[in-house]
Write a protein that binds this ligand. Structure first.
Ligand code: ATP
Length: 471
């Protein structure tokens, strides 16, 4: 069994990136073999103390067995990983000191919100710890209890990073995707990135297993962060073998190094389905009925009340851009399945995607009814009064008005926000639509074809829980 090295909470909004630190670990720990791909885990996107995308990393180290395969390039050398581990590994030969050296060199200690930690475990903790960390809140004590007896941990400042570091080692993939992350030469950090937009747009067709590349409705490249961090770009996909070629096809700024990560991004792992109650800080999938027409409130956010176990407001925030048009088209009586993060105050669900299960007929009055006796068109006798025939005096109730069904503009299927507004963990409909690789493997969530409506935007108010593609 390999050694499990988990690291978290080393970066800040001003710079760095825990995945870059992973490349430094790979470079420094070259006396050890990588077993399997390096891992990048996204944990609960709703925890208030995350910096950006709540990412943590895990490397599995040991003596490799089997046929080595390339997973990256650092300093002009190919990084190889092995499918299996030989003899049981233990943290000897200065491994702990080497990891300490890298973490202490690259962590953003000056930032008050950065609380680095790493764990080095001979056996991984139970996967239940991962599930709690991706869906709920884990206490530091709980993470430490999982570490004890399995190996060592090191923590800095308040050491909160031990939660994510341990959870990253506890992941046993039920579903997985991959991301190739390319990094910039340090001399370019903080400068403008040159990534040809047409090459990014071509990824979807040239490398069909990739996803979330380009936000076509908003004309935005989604593979590159906008922060001053070392990342040049990241391409996500289902087939790790396609990713190096996809990266090479971009042209533009030459990466200094790159590494392919196995990830839980785009897997929906963070969703609690059909919960008994909507617990703040969790992401839920609940089915209910639209209680009244959606309204647009200040800031451009769109809100509607959903009848569920308890009545709850559902909000599509402004950064979800064109997705709000779908929400505005909902009407009372529509049956929905909504996925979103539960917010404490005001209690609401921050919409991540939705399925229209059933559409209520929306009727519009087209005219007054005809008289039963003489066939003449009847007259209205006031707003609430019955219809009356002027010729013979016959009456008919208001409910007899001639109505026509209004076109709804939406249909029964799943809808999601534009590429630039999606959460790291959210499964894009491209992955779950009929015939996709993932539907065959996982067979979960969206059961219908991906939408053709528009996409857009990049960040959401922090209170509304960030959507941004932070790497
Ligand atoms: P990145 O920038 O790498 O995407 P991030 O910077 O947004 O990630 P961190 O800086 O790693 O996030 O901060 C998240 C902190 O929250 C870490 O200390 C981590 O241990 C902790 N954490 C992660 N998930 C949970 C959870 N479910 N419950 C409690 N604490 C958590």
């Amino acid at each position: 069994m390999p050694l499990y090295l988990g690291v978290d909470d080393t970066d800040s909004l001003r710079g760095m990136c825990t995945t870059f630190l992973a490349t430094e670990l790979v470079r420094t720990l070259s006396a050890w073999d990588l077993i399997g791909y390096p891992r990048l885990l996204r944990l609960n996107p709703n925890i208030p103390w995350k910096t950006r995308g709540n990412g943590a990393i895990c490397l599995r180290l040991g003596r490799g067995r089997g046929r080595a395969f390339p997973v990256g390039a650092i300093g002009g050398r190919t990084v190889l990983a092995y499918p299996r581990c030989g003899a049981r590994a233990s943290p000897s030969d200065g491994l702990v000191e080497a990891v300490e050296g890298v973490v202490e060199t690259w962590s953003e200690f000056e930032d008050p919100t950065t609380n680095p930690a790493f764990v080095l475990l001979e056996t991984p903790p139970t996967p239940a710890l991962y599930w709690r960390a991706v869906r709920g809140i884990v206490a530091k004590e709980e993470a430490l209890a999982a570490v004890r007896g399995r190996g060592i941990w090191r923590e800095y400042k308040n050491g909160r990073g031990v939660i994510g570091a341990t959870a990253a080692t506890a992941w046993r993939p039920r579903d997985r995707t991959y991301e190739i992350l390319a990094y910039r030469h340090p001399s370019r950090w903080g400068t403008r990135r040159t990534i040809p937009s047409d090459a990014v747009q071509a990824l979807d067709t040239s490398f069909p297993s990739t996803f979330n590349n380009y936000d076509s409705e908003n004309g935005r490249v989604a593979v590159a962060p906008r922060t001053p961090c070392p990342v040049l770009c990241g391409i996500r996909g289902d087939d790790p073998r396609e990713l190096p070629a996809a990266l090479a096809s971009l042209g533009g700024e030459r990466p200094d190094r790159w590494l392919v990560f196995e990830t839980n991004q785009g897997t929906d792992d963070h969703i609690t389905r059909n919960p008994r109650e909507a617990v703040p800080g969790t992401t839920v999938e609940i089915a209910g009925i639209v209680a009244s027409h959606p309204t647009t409130i200040r800031g451009g956010h769109v809100v509607f009340p959903l009848r569920w176990r308890e009545p709850i407001d559902v909000v599509a925030y402004e950064p979800s851009k064109q997705f709000r048009a779908i929400v505005r088209a909902l009407a009372p009586g529509d049956r929905l399945r909504v996925v979103g993060a539960v917010r404490e105050t005001p209690r609401s669900v921050n919409l991540e995607k939705l399925e229209v299960i059933g559409l209520a007929p929306l009727l519009s009055k087209a005219g007054n009814p005809a008289c039963f006796h003489c066939g003449k068109r009847m007259k209205s006798s006031g707003r609430a009064g019955p219809f009356r025939c002027r010729r013979c005096g016959t009456r008919r109730p208001r409910s007899d008005a001639v109505v026509v069904p209004l076109p709804r503009g939406i249909s029964t299927r799943w809808y999601e926000p534009p590429v630039g507004s999606r959460r790291h963990l959210s499964m894009p409909l491209k992955r779950s639509s009929p015939g996709s690789r993932n539907e065959r493997v996982v067979g979960r969530t969206p059961r219908r074809a991906s939408p053709s409506f528009s996409r857009g935007a990049d960040t959401v108010p922090t209170t509304a829980l960030a959507f941004s593609r932070a790497l």
